[in-house]
Design a protein around this ligand. Structure first.
Ligand code: SAM
Length: 264
C-alpha cells in the first residue's frame, strides 16, 4: 500500500459522518460547560470549533458578548458559516499556535488532542485570558482501547514509517499532569477529572462508524479511495475479533475534562 501526503486545502473532516454520533459526542461538551463559573456577557473563544453548531449553542447559553470559533478544516468552517452572526464569528486558524488576548473564557472540546506539546499550547491559551479568565478543555484519553490500539497496529503494518501518528496516544497527558500544569500556569481554582462515557451502540461494528468520523479521517486524507476502503474493512475484521460481535455493544470511552480559573 502506498501513502500520499495530504493534498493542501483538502480537509479530511466530514461533518455528516462526525455528527452520526452527535448525542454521544455532545455530552462531554455540556459537562465541560457546566464547570464554568457564571460571567456576565463573556468574551469567548471556542478552539477547534468544528461545524459551529455547539459553538452557537454555547454562545447563546452563556449569553456571550462575543464568541470566536477557530477551525483549520475548510469543510467544518464552511458548515460553521451558517451559524455566524449576532456577535458569533468564525475564523480559520491553527489552535496549536493561536493566541488572543482579553478572553473571559477559552473553551475547547475534543480538539487539543490533535496537536502536540500541550504545556506550550496551554501556556499560550492561558496568556489569551483576561483577569479571572477561565480555561475549559476536554480531550479523549482512550488510546488504550482496542478501537485505537488495533488501528495503530494495522497502520504500522500497512504503512510502516508513513503511518499517521495516533494523536491521542502521542499528545494527551495524564490527568495529574494537567493538574500540575494548570497550577504552574497560575490558575487559582481548578478541576481535572477522568470520566468514562458509556455509549450503547447497536453493534460492535458501529465502533468503525464512530472511528470514521474521527481517527480514520487521518487515513482517508492520505490514501486513495480503494486503499482507504481496504484498510477500513481490514480494521473492521480485526476489531470484531478483538471485541467480539456484541449487539448491542457498550463503548466505554475515557475522557479528561480540565477547568481552571485565574485569580480575580
Ligand atoms: C472532534 S472535532 C470537535 C469539534 C467541536 N469542538 C465539537 O465539540 O463538536 C475536532 C475539531 O478540531 C479541529 N482541529 C483539529 N486540529 C486543529 C488545529 N490544529 N487547529 C484548528 N482546528 C483543529 C478539527 O478540524 C475538528 O473540527
Amino acid at each position: 500500500m502506498s501513502a500520499k501526503e495530504p493534498e493542501p486545502g483538502r480537509s479530511p473532516w466530514d461533518p455528516g459522518q462526525y455528527n452520526r454520533f452527535a448525542a454521544e459526542r455532545e455530552q462531554p461538551f455540556w459537562d465541560l460547560r457546566s464547570r464554568l463559573e457564571p460571567v456576565t456577557s463573556p468574551r469567548v473563544a471556542d478552539l477547534g470549533c468544528g461545524d459551529g453548531r455547539l459553538t452557537a449553542a454555547l454562545h447563546r447559553e452563556l449569553g456571550a458578548g462575543s464568541t470566536l470559533g477557530i477551525e483549520n478544516s475548510a469543510s467544518m468552517l464552511a458548515a460553521a458559516a451558517a451559524h455566524a452572526g449576532d456577535a458569533l464569528t468564525f475564523a480559520s486558524g491553527d489552535v496549536s499556535t493561536w493566541a488572543g488576548s482579553g478572553f473571559d473564557i477559552v473553551f475547547s472540546n475534543a480538539a487539543l488532542q490533535w496537536v502536540p506539546d500541550h504545556p506550550q499550547v496551554l501556556e499560550r491559551w492561558r496568556a489569551s485570558l483576561a483577569r479571572a479568565g477561565q480555561l475549559a478543555v476536554q480531550v479523549p484519553a482512550n488510546a488504550d482501547h482496542p478501537s485505537h490500539a488495533v488501528l495503530r497496529g494495522l497502520a504500522a503494518e500497512r504503512l510502516g514509517a508513513n503511518a499517521p501518528a495516533d494523536p491521542v496516544a502521542g499528545n494527551v497527558l495524564r490527568p495529574e499532569e494537567y493538574a500540575l500544569l494548570l497550577d504552574r500556569l497560575g490558575f487559582e481554582r481548578q478541576h481535572v477529572r477522568l470520566q468514562v462515557y458509556t455509549h450503547r451502540l447497536a453493534s460492535a461494528g458501529d465502533v468503525v462508524e464512530w472511528m470514521k468520523g474521527t481517527s480514520l479521517t487521518r487515513f482517508r486524507q492520505r490514501l486513495g479511495p480503494e486503499e482507504y476502503e481496504g484498510l477500513v474493512e481490514d480494521y473492521r475484521g480485526r476489531l470484531l475479533r478483538a471485541l467480539g460481535d456484541d449487539r448491542p455493544y457498550l463503548y466505554a470511552f475515557k475522557r479528561i475534562l480540565l477547568w481552571g480559573r485565574l485569580p480575580r
